[in-house]
Design a protein around this ligand. Structure first.
Ligand code: AMP
Ligand code: ZN
Length: 436
C-alpha cells in the first residue's frame, strides 16, 4: 500500500541514479520470478533454458526474450496471468489501432500503482488539488479515461468525467465549473478550439491553464498552435495499455521530453531490424519491462513506438530519463514512391501556417502504377480573407514546402473550415487506397 503522505511516490520521483539502479535490480529480479508463475512465461523460460532466478540486474535483461503484441494475442485471455483470478479487480484492452485488441489484467496493487504514477505525472506539471480537471478521454476499456481519472482523484483534483465528444457540452462544463486542466487527444483539443472559433467564440476565454495531450503522435508545431489558440501549456503524455496506459512518461514544466518513470518501467531503445540496442541519443524502438506489475508482468515489450532518450540531465532535477516526442510507430511509416515518409513530417509543415486549420488528411492512391499523395487541409476560420488569390498562393506555398520536406510532388486540396471528419479520440490521418 502507498503511504498517505506519499500518494504520488515522491520517494521514487526524487531518487538518485544510484538508488534507482538498486531499486531496478531488485524489482526486475522480483518481476521475472513473478512472470515465471504465468503459463506463458514459464513455458517460454523452459523452452529457452532460462533460470528466472539468474536475472539479477538490468544488464541481465538481454538474456530474456522480447514480448510482442502477437504474444499477447496468443496468450489471450489469461496466459500471462500470475495470480488467482479472484484477486483481479480490472480488465483493460488496447485500442486496437492495429488488429485485434489485447487484454491486460490488474490486481488492486496494480491499479494503486498506476494511480500513483498518474498522480505523479499531474503533480509534476504543477497541477494540484485546487484544480478542476475535465477528462475528455474515452472511459471504458480505453485506458485514457479511467487512468487519468484515478490519478487526478488521487491528487484531489475535482474531476469532470466528461468523456469524448459533445463539444458544446464540453465547453459549457469547463465554463460553468471553471475547468483549469483538460485531458484529450491533440486532434480533439484542436477540434474544440476550431469549433469555438467558427462560432465566434475564443478558446482563450475558457481560462484553461494546462492541457495533458497524448494517445496519438503530434508534432511540436501542433503543440505551439494549440498553446497559442488556448493560451494554456501543453504537456505531452505517453503511455500504452500494455504498460497500464497513460502515466508511463510525461513532460515536466521544462516541456522538453517526457520523464519515463524508471521505478516502474525498465527502458530499452533498440534497432527495430536487428533488435540490438542503439547508441545513446539515437532513435529506435522503445522496449519496456514492467517493474511494479503484480497480476500480469510483461517482459521486454516491443512497443513499436519510435523515440530516443534525450541526452543530459533535466534542469528540473528529476533523474528519470526523458523520452523524445514519438516520431511515430514503426508500422506507421509510409513508403511513397520508394521514399520513407512519416505523417509527422507532413504535419510539421501544415502547422506552420496560420491560414490553415489543425485538421488534415493524407490520402494515398495510385495512378498508372505511380504512388500519389494528396494532402487535404482546411482554411482556418477568421484568418482567411476570402480571396481565391490567397487560396492559390497558399496551395503553391504548401506544395513547395512539402516537396522540400518529402522530395516528391504532393497534391494539395484546400477545403472550407469544418469539411474534414473531426476526431474525438485517436485521429485517423492516413487513408491508403493504393493496391499492391
Ligand atoms: P493504446 O494501445 O490505446 O494504449 O495506445 C497506445 C499507443 O498510442 C502507443 O503505443 C503510441 O503509439 C500511441 N501514443 C500514446 N501516447 C502518445 C504520445 N504522447 N505521442 C505519440 N504516440 C502516443
Ligand atoms: Zn524535468
Amino acid at each position: 500500500m502507498v503511504e498517505l503522505d506519499d500518494k504520488i511516490g515522491s520517494r521514487f520521483e526524487w531518487m538518485s541514479r544510484g538508488e534507482l539502479a538498486e531499486w531496478q535490480s531488485e524489482a526486475l529480479a522480483k518481476t521475472v520470478l513473478q512472470a515465471a508463475k504465468s503459463p506463458w512465461y514459464s513455458a517460454v523460460f523452459r523452452k529457452m533454458g532460462i533460470d528466472p532466478a539468474s536475472i539479477k540486474s538490468p544488464e541481465d535483461i538481454v538474456k530474456l526474450p522480447f514480448t510482442t503484441k502477437e504474444d499477447l494475442r496468443l496468450s489471450y485471455p489469461t496466459g500471462m496471468l500470475t495470480i488467482d483470478p479472484e484477486d483481479l479487480i480490472r480488465l483493460h484492452t488496447s485500442s486496437g489501432t492495429t488488429g485485434t485488441p489485447t487484454a491486460i489484467l490488474h490486481s488492486r496493487a496494480d491499479i494503486d500503482c498506476w494511480a500513483e504514477l498518474m498522480a505523479r505525472c499531474l503533480a509534476m506539471t504543477g497541477a494540484n488539488s485546487k484544480d478542476v480537471f475535465q477528462n475528455m478521454s474515452g472511459y471504458g476499456m480505453f485506458t485514457g479515461g479511467l487512468g487519468l481519472h484515478y490519478g487526478a482523484e488521487r491528487l484531489g483534483m475535482m474531476v469532470i468525467p466528461a468523456g469524448p465528444g459533445n463539444t458544446a457540452r464540453q465547453i459549457k462544463l469547463i465554463r460553468d465549473f471553471h475547468g483549469t486542466c483538460i485531458h484529450a487527444t491533440p486532434s480533439y483539443a484542436m477540434h474544440v478550439a476550431e469549433r469555438m472559433i467558427q462560432e465566434g467564440d475564443d478558446p482563450k476565454s475558457l481560462g484553461i491553464k494546462r492541457a495533458f495531450l497524448g494517445a496519438e503522435p503530434y508534432t511540436e508545431e501542433m503543440r505551439l498552435k494549440l498553446q497559442e489558440l488556448y493560451g494554456f501549456k501543453v504537456f505531452n503524455s505517453y503511455g500504452l495499455s500494455e504498460m497500464n496506459g497513460p502515466g508511463v512518461a510525461f513532460e515536466c514544466p521544462e516541456q522538453n521530453g517526457m520523464h519515463v518513470w524508471e521505478d516502474a518501467f525498465l527502458v530499452e531503445i533498440v534497432n527495430p531490424e536487428t533488435l540490438e540496442p542503439v547508441a545513446e541519443g539515437e532513435v529506435g524502438e522503445l522496449v519496456m519491462t514492467t517493474l511494479r506489475r503484480e497480476a500480469m508482468p510483461i517482459i521486454r515489450y516491443r512497443t513499436r513506438d519510435l523515440t530516443c532518450i534525450l541526452p543530459g540531465e533535466c534542469p528540473c532535477g528529476r533523474v528519470h530519463r526523458r523520452l523524445a516526442r514519438m516520431t511515430g510507430r514503426s508500422d506507421d511509416m509510409l513508403i511513397v514512391r520508394g521514399v520513407n515518409v512519416f505523417p509527422s513530417q507532413i504535419e510539421e509543415v501544415i502547422m506552420r501556417h496560420k491560414w490553415i486549420g489543425g485538421n488534415y488528411v493524407i490520402h494515398l492512391t495510385k495512378a498508372e502504377a505511380l504512388d500519389q499523395m494528396t494532402v487535404r487541409v482546411e482554411l482556418a476560420k477568421g484568418e482567411f480573407d476570402g480571396s481565391i488569390e490567397t487560396v492559390r498562393n497558399l496551395r503553391a506555398q504548401l506544395h513547395k514546402e512539402l516537396r522540400e520536406q518529402v522530395g516528391f510532388n504532393v497534391n494539395i486540396e484546400v477545403l472550407e473550415p469544418g469539411s474534414l471528419p473531426a476526431s474525438e479520440g485517436k485521429a485517423k490521418r492516413v487513408i491508403d487506397e493504393r493496391e499492391y
